[in-house]
Design a protein around this ligand. Structure first.
Ligand code: COA
Length: 431
């Protein structure tokens, strides 16, 4: 039977497809902008019949209905990264956070946390019946790795066809067709502080470097100041519209990359329709699973690898809290440590953590003598490289604890430096 006939036979409505979900199942929801909204909505419509369905998801950019209080007995989030809706659920005891490096998640999903059902959105099939994972390959692809997992494919003609990783229609238990627009990420607002940080970070990037850029205003600000660089490359867990602008200018051409020369390498994408059109059938881009892209040993095979990420708090030893406010989880480790470690092991590479010197409108210093009680150490003092604020940068590698404290106080907001100096003086390790 040709794949076209098999395709037609597997097509059902979303409500029909999600009937395979049973009480107590563990269900994977496709990641971030790749979220299969029609399937998720249909699953939530079954809230009255289902109990204790565990949802493995990371960045939830949809409506997050499954974690609303009224659905708490039916669905429980149990994942490795929090966003607005899932953060609320975890804070209120209706969901759970699982600590795990991003590159290790596929292994988790095929061993310790096996999946019963995977809800995955993909592109329309090519002539061989292969669909592309489009904007979300990352851990989503691992959803289909165990033969026992039931795979529900939401095929969307608006999903860009990206090269690198595919799923054949043979693997689908059911297919649901959908035509709604892929979730878009609004462009972040960049203020004066982010601009200053962007300029400092951009100065640290040499021509011919390969970049990983995290999510948010700071990576976007950095991109603005990379316009006069040459021959940059991209090996990153995710990228957004800013990279398209650099590619259009010829600043990013991937020509000096020592791994996958000439290709952008990424695992998921979040941006506007402009980004999605740029990546559609673009043979310069490879979208690969997260256990390859974020593996520190793979990252390190890129010479001059520069990782650029954000954080919430750094103490005077250089320990970073990038994922919690006190004991309450805000986000997760994501790929921060994967890239910090990979970049540090790359020939000529460096890892940069960039953060505004203050939070809450200047009321709180992000450089602190001690992390808040219960805060997560996301990146340890042993892994950390350079720290940048709007007041400059501190390269911490090779500095002893006293030197680290001094270097970090120098880039703290001036309003907090005196207090930090007093705290350092009172701590015999830092005096
Ligand atoms: N104390 C208390 N609150 C703080 C704080 C601090 N030191 N630092 C930040 N906050 C608050 C902010 O006020 C803001 O609150 P709001 O949501 O109520 O407005 C919130 O925390 C987020 O801070 P912000 O600086 O706006 O975050 P961001 O969008 O730039 O993201 C991280 C920063 C650290 C949360 C994010 O980069 C992350 O999750 N990193 C870990 C994962 C990672 O790096 N992955 C690799 C790249 S994709």
């Amino acid at each position: 039977m040709s794949w076209k006939n098999k395709y037609i036979q597997k097509i059902v409505s979303a409500d029909e497809a999600v009937k395979v979900i049973k009480t107590g199942d563990r269900v994977l929801v496709g990641h971030a902008t790749g979220e299969p909204s029609a399937l998720v909505e249909a699953m939530v419509r079954r809230a009255g019949e289902l109990r204790d369905v565990q949802l493995f998801h990371m960045v939830c950019m949809g409506q997050g209905e499954y974690c609303r209080p009224e659905n708490k007995n039916s669905f429980r989030f149990n994942g490795c990264f929090l966003g607005k809706h899932t953060r609320e659920a975890v804070a209120e005891g209706r969901g759970d956070y699982v600590p795990c490096f991003f590159f290790e998640i596929p292994e988790l999903l095929t061993t310790k946390m096996p999946l019963d059902v995977a809800l995955i959105q993909v592109s329309s099939p090519d002539e061989d019946g292969n669909c592309s994972y489009g904007v979300s390959c990352d851990f989503t692809e691992a959803g289909a790795r165990r033969p026992e997992t039931k795979v529900l494919l939401q095929i969307n003609e608006r999903m860009p066809f990206t090269y690198g990783t595919y799923i054949n229609l043979d693997r689908a238990d059911f297919i649901v067709e959908d035509t709604r627009e892929i979730i878009v990420l609004p462009t972040p607002k960049i203020g004066e502080v982010e601009e200053k940080i962007g300029r400092i970070v951009a100065d640290l990037v040499e021509d011919g470097s390969t970049l990983q850029l995290g999510i948010g205003a700071i990576p976007d600000a950095v991109i603005r100041f990379l316009g006069d660089k040459k021959d940059l490359g991209i090996h990153t867990e995710m990228f957004s519209d800013g990279v398209v602008a650099l590619a259009e200018k010829g600043v990013v051409n991937n020509s000096k990359k020592t791994l996958h020369t000439g290709k952008f390498v990424a695992s998921f994408l979040m941006g506007t329709r402009k980004l999605y059109d740029f990546v559609d059938h673009n043979s310069d881009l490879l979208m690969l699973p997260i256990d390859y892209v974020n593996d520190p040993q793979i990252i390190a095979r890129n010479d001059k690898m520069v990782s650029i990420n954000a954080s919430m708090q750094v103490d005077l030893y250089g320990q970073l809290n990038s994922s919690s406010i006190g004991p309450n989880m805000y986000s997760g480790v994501g790929g921060q440590v994967d890239f910090v470690r990979g970049a540090r092991r790359s020939k000529g590479g460096r890892s940069i953590i960039a953060l505004p010197s203050t939070a809450k409108g200047g009321a709180i210093s992000k450089i602190v003598s001690r992390l808040d009680p219960g805060a997560a150490v996301t990146t340890s003092r042993y892994d950390v490289g350079a720290i940048v604020t709007e007041y400059g940068y501190a390269e911490l590698i090779g500095l002893n604890l006293r030197e680290r404290a001094k270097a970090l106080i120098n880039i703290a907001h001036p309003d907090f430096r005196e207090q930090l100096e007093r705290d350092a003086w009172e701590n015999k390790n830092l005096r």
